[in-house]
Design a protein around this ligand. Sequence first.
Ligand code: F3S
Length: 391
Amino acid sequence: MHLTKGEERIYDGEEGWARQTCMKILVRLGELFDAERLIPIDSAHVSGISYKTLGDVPIEFLETLANSGGEAKVKTTINPQSFDPKYLAKKLPANICGKQLRILKQFERMGVAPSSTCTPYYLDRPRRGSHLAWAESSAVVYANSVLGAHTNREGGPSALAAAIIGKTPNYGMHEAENRRPKVLVNVRNPPRNEAEFGALGIHLGKMLGDKVPLIRGLRCASEDNLKQLGAALAATGMTNVFRREPIDIETSGMEKINVESNDIAQTIKSLSTVSTQKPDLVFIGCPHCSLTEVKRIAQLSEGKKTRSGIECWVCTSRYIKEMAVTDVKRIERSGFHVLTDVCTIVSWTEILGIKTIMTNSAKTAHYAPTLNNAETILAPVDVCLKTAFRG
Ligand code: F3S
């Protein structure tokens, strides 16, 4: 890999251990993928910061990095953590909360925004064509496919290294030829709600591997629907970008995949592991809710009350919660908790006795059986809310 004089100085340790370590991580990554150089990035997003997924060992590494002057050189955000500051913080054991706070402290010391959301694009929408180093797979697909930015699917360490250096190796999604579609996907009947968009993503992720699809049949999809599609696509496959019509490209020689209504119906069925309609938790907000989604939930919650003995969570970012004060109050009057900073998958739901989760997110339904040891029910938001409410 070619390094500039300034980059070589960092590599040789002339700017301290933290920057040298981060530069070595980026150079190693670049060599693995035959990148020729580093390119500047507009922002970084670090995932894997929940104590549940991170564990104990990396905490010391983060502390050493912060002690050695590691500091983000570009705008940097972090993914959800194990609890929200108000509701779950009081329900989870003190040792878990303490470890989580220790992790968050290190990011704060390194100048990283305490965003704790997987939708950093609502806080600050990346420019079309900008280069990023993001590590949350759902946000990566959204940034590449919906916003037209360029980011590889970073790991937590490489995203943090990119944040501290302000650069990333130039390969993969940063290069135009790797974003060209290789497979034409015909969706015969457009998905009708967010749960079906998610199911389409789960189905396609398994079929595509890492191939870039051009998807036909999504013309009327909202950005929220595309968010569900992308999050699920990344959960079962390695595709980091999908393209949609209209796009000026020759499709005659492309491999073709047809998706029938039955494929989506079967996927939804497979993501619902129990037939009961009595979940312990109704969870909306994977990926974290947009302003539009919060407004819709508020409308559907008006005048309703949740059943007793059931946990009801809407997860979003602090930023969206602050923007939607009136709608949040309407939702909370119904008995739902509007939680920030957290989500079901990265929290400790088993400790709360949650054994069955109902959600409108195919990504959560895909991961919850293994990561939360829970049964799942996948259904659109109106059905989830109807289940949560009395009468
Ligand atoms: Fe976000 Fe958690 Fe889903 S990090 S994408 S809400 S699994």
